[in-house]
Design a protein around this ligand. Structure first.
Ligand SMILES: C[S@@+](CC[C@H](N)C(=O)[O-])C[C@H]1O[C@@H](n2cnc3c(N)ncnc32)[C@H](O)[C@@H]1O
Length: 568
C-alpha cells in the first residue's frame, strides 16, 4: 500500500527539493566516483587519495539529464538489477513511452513498501512501488527482504528512485537482529550496511553477489559456470580495518570571506559546521565519527588526537581534506626508512598509527614482512591476508586428483602487484617471480620487501609500467609452468592485457578482484577470446575452474572474488 502520494511535477528542479536534501546526490546519473564517495570507508581496490585531497574537487559537474551511466559503474549495475526486477518487457514498454525517467512519485513522498530483495551490488533493498499501474523500483538502505518499510523518496534515476528508510514496519526476524549492531553510527554512516545480520548471512549474501555477477555480466553459458563455493570468512569481523580515511568539508563561505579579509574568526572549540568523519547514508554530507568499530584499536585510539588536531587549527582551514590513519608495526630500529616525525602516535600494544601519506607502514603476513608508503595501496584487512594468499597459492598448486595433467608450476607472473603481496608470499614456492605495477613508489616498496624477506633479486623482479607490458619481459618463462595472477583496480583489466595474456598462454590464471562485476566481464572475455583462438589455431583454451568470494570487508556489502582459470 502506498501511504502518501502527492501529485508531482515531472522533472523536479533541484530547487523543488526539501531544504535538508540540498546536498543530496540528486543528479540522475552520478558517475562512479560519486557513488564511491557516498560509501565510506572507501573500497579497498581504489588508489588511495593523494595528499590533502579536497573532497570538494569531486563535486559533480552539472551534466545533461538522462545521460546513461558509465558501463559497469555502480549506477549502471544497480540499474541493470532494477531492470531484472521489473522485467525486460515491462521496461521496454516504459522506455518506448518515454516513461523510464518519469518517476510517478514526487521527491519527499512517503511510501510503505514490501522489500523484494537486496541489491547484490550495493546491499540496499529493492522494492517495487505501484502507482496507478506504473511500477517503479525504490532503493532503500538498511532494509531486508520480506520487510515492510516506510520510506521517503529523495532522488530519481532511470526506472528507480532512492529513498531514506524512515521506519521498519514489519522486520524480518530471521534476518534482522539489532542487538548485533556494534556501532553507534550504524544507520547514519554510509560505511557499513550489514551489522544487523549474522556473519553467516553476510557471507551468504556475498556468495549471491558472485553468483549474480557471473550469471548476468560474464556472458559465460550457465553450463560452463562452476558451482560457486561458500564465501571464505574473515578471521576478524570487527576491528579489522588497518586504514581509515575520514574527511572534512570546506569551511562555509562566510568563514572563508572573513579569512580573506584578514578577519580571522575567533573560534573556541569545534564549530558546528566542522564535521570530521564519513558521509551520511545517501548524501554528500560528512558526519562526525569519533570511533569506528571495524577499524583496528590503534586507529581508534589515534582518531581522537587526529580530530583534535584539525579542530585546534580550524581558524587556518581553507579547504576540506581527507585524513589518513594507517595501522603499522613499529619500525625496527634502525629503520632504513624513517617514519616522518610528528606523524605517528605510539600505542601500548606496539602498533603505531601512521598519519603521514609519505610515512612508512609495516605489516606482517604469515612469515613475511611488508613495508610500504602510507599513501599507496595495500589490502586493508590484515587478518584475512594469510587465508587470502594461501587460497591463491593452493589454486596455483592444486591437488593432483582435482586437476589432472597440470604440470607443477615453477614461474609466477604477478600483474598489478602493488608492493608485492602475492609475489612475496608465494615466492618460496616458485623458481622465478616477475611483478608489474603502475605506481613506481609501490614497485620500489616491492623491491625493498623482497630484500626485507631475503628473496634474491635473481629470482624475483618488479617492473614499473602498465600491466600489459609484463608479457614482453617474461618471454623466457615456460608457459606450461607459469601461473599468472591478475589483481586490477575496480575498473578491471583491459583488452590489450587480455589479448596479450591469451597470446602468452600461462597454464593457470588466478584473477582476484574487489569488483566482481568487472571481473565477471573480463573473465567472460578471456574465455571467449581464448576459445576463438583455439578454434582458429587449434590448441588449448581457458576454462573457468572455480569461483569463490572472500570477505575482506565484513559488515559491508563489498566482496573480494577469486576466479581460477586453467588452460586445458
Ligand atoms: C587492487 S590493487 C592490487 C595490489 C596488490 N596485488 C595487492 O594485493 O596488494 C591494484 C594495483 O594495480 C595498480 N594499477 C592500476 N592500474 C594499473 C595498470 N594499468 N598497470 C599496472 N598496475 C596498475 C594500482 O596502482 C594498484 O597497486
Amino acid at each position: 500500500m502506498l501511504a502518501t502520494i502527492h501529485p508531482r511535477s515531472r522533472s523536479p528542479s533541484p530547487s523543488s527539493q526539501p531544504p535538508d536534501k540540498k546536498s543530496r546526490l540528486d543528479e540522475p546519473t552520478p558517475g562512479p566516483s560519486e557513488s564511491a564517495l557516498a560509501r565510506d570507508p572507501p573500497t579497498e581496490c581504489q588508489e588511495p587519495p593523494s595528499s590533502s585531497k579536497n573532497p570538494q574537487k569531486h563535486k559533480k559537474k552539472r551534466s545533461p539529464r538522462h545521460r546513461p551511466p558509465e558501463p559497469f559503474s555502480s549506477d549502471d549495475i544497480l540499474t541493470r538489477e532494477v531492470i531484472a526486477l521489473l522485467g525486460n518487457d515491462y521496461v521496454l514498454s516504459l522506455t518506448q513511452q518515454n516513461l523510464d525517467w518519469q518517476s510517478p512519485f514526487d521527491l519527499s513522498t512517503h511510501l510503505d513498501l514490501s522489500v523484494s530483495r537486496i541489491s547484490p551490488s550495493t546491499g540496499e533493498s529493492l522494492s517495487i512501488a505501484d502507482h496507478n499501474g506504473v511500477k517503479w523500483v525504490i532503493v532503500t538502505p538498511l532494509s531486508l527482504p520480506a520487510e515492510r518499510i516506510r520510506v521517503r523518496v529523495y532522488r530519481h534515476s532511470r526506472l528507480h528512485s532512492h529513498a531514506d528508510l524512515l521506519q521498519v514496519l514489519d522486520p524480518n526476524p530471521s534476518w534482522r537482529d539489532m542487538s548485533r549492531v556494534r556501532c553507534q553510527y550504524f544507520g547514519k554512516c554510509a560505511g557499513c550496511q550489514y551489522q544487523m545480520l549474522s556473519y553467516e548471512q553476510q557471507l551468504d549474501l556475498k556468495r549471491d553477489t558472485v553468483v549474480e555477477a557471473y550469471n548476468n555480466y560474464s556472458n559465460i553459458p550457465h553450463d560452463l559456470l562452476p558451482a560457486i563455493q561458500p564465501t571464505i570468512g574473515s578471521p576478524l569481523q570487527y576491528h579489522y580495518r588497518t586504514k581509515l580515511t575520514p574527511h572534512f568539508q570546506r569551511p562555509p563561505f562566510s568563514f572563508q570571506k572573513a579569512q580573506k579579509r584578514g578577519h580571522a574568526p575567533l573560534i573556541e572549540g569545534k564549530p558546528d559546521w566542522l564535521k570530521i568523519g564519513f558521509h551520511q547514508v545517501g548524501t554528500r554530507n560528512v558526519m562526525d565519527i569519533e570511533e569506528c568499530p571495524i577499524a583496528t584499536p590503534v586507529i581508534n585510539k589515534a582518531l581522537g588526537p587526529v580530530r583534535d588536531n584539525v579542530i585546534k587549527n580550524v581558524a587556518k582551514l581553507k579547504n576540506g581534506a581527507t585524513l589518513l590513519l594507517r595501522d603499522s608495526l613499529p619500525p625496527d630500529p634502525p629503520a632504513d626508512i624513517p617514519v616522518a616525525s610528528g606523524s605517528t602516535t605510539v600505542e601500548d600494544d606496539g602498533h603505531i598509527c601512521v598519519t603521514d601519506q609519505k610515512g612508512s607502514v609495516r605489516e606482517r603476513v604469515g612469515d613475511m614482512l611488508f613495508e610500504y608508503t602510507a599513501g599507496t595501496f595495500f589490502q586493508n584487512n590484515n587478518s584475512a591476508l594469510l587465508p587470502f594468499t594461501s587460497y591463491v597459492r593452493d589454486a596455483a598448486f592444486p591437488a593432483t586428483d582435482t586437476s589432472e595433467a597440470i604440470v607443477k608450476p615453477t614461474h609466477l607472473v604477478d600483474a598489478y602487484c602493488g608492493s608485492g603481496l602475492f609475489s612475496i608470499m608465494l615466492a618460496p614456492h616458485f623458481d622465478k617471480v616477475a611483478g608489474i605495477e603502475l605506481s613506481a613508489e609501490s614497485v620500489r616498496a616491492a623491491q625493498r620487501n623482497a630484500e626485507l624477506n631475503a628473496l634474491s633479486s635473481e629470482n624475483i623482479s618488479f617492473t614499473a609500467g602498465d600491466a600489459a607490458n609484463i608479457f614482453d619481459t617474461v618471454q623466457d618463462f615456460p608457459r606450461d609452468r607459469t601461473v599468472l595472477i591478475i589483481d586490477p583496480p575496480r575498473k578491471g583489466t583491459d583488452e590489450r592485457f587480455i589479448e596479450q595474456m591469451i597470446a602468452f598462454g600461462a597454464s593457470t590464471v588466478v584473477y582476484v578482484s574487489c569488483n566482481v562485476h568487472t571481473q565477471a566481464r573480463d573473465v567472460g572475455q578471456i574465455l571467449q577470446k581464448s576459445e576463438a583462438k583455439a578454434k582458429e589455431a587449434g590448441g588449448k583454451k581457458y576454462v573457468l575452474e572455480s569461483l569463490r568470494g572472500l570477505d575482506l570487508f565484513p559488515q559491508t556489502a563489498h566482496v573480494e572474488a577469486i576466479a581460477v582459470i586453467r588452460l586445458v
